[in-house]
Design a protein around this ligand. Sequence first.
Ligand SMILES: [Zn+2]
Length: 62
Amino acid sequence: MNQPDTADQAANPPLECEMCLKEIPESAAFTPEGSEYVGHFCGIECYQAFLRRQREAEASQE
Ligand SMILES: [Zn+2]
């Protein structure tokens, strides 16, 4: 029985989308550039939803 290559998995743990927490392969992860590190996203839609949520959180702090 063939086991998956767990050593390779340990070296490259799956990323999670910061918004929907879905596992995303690193090659498919959307990582915004030109901004502070905010995490990885499965797509720009999740990134935009994340930004919207952040803005709302900041607005409600005032
Ligand atoms: Zn997502």
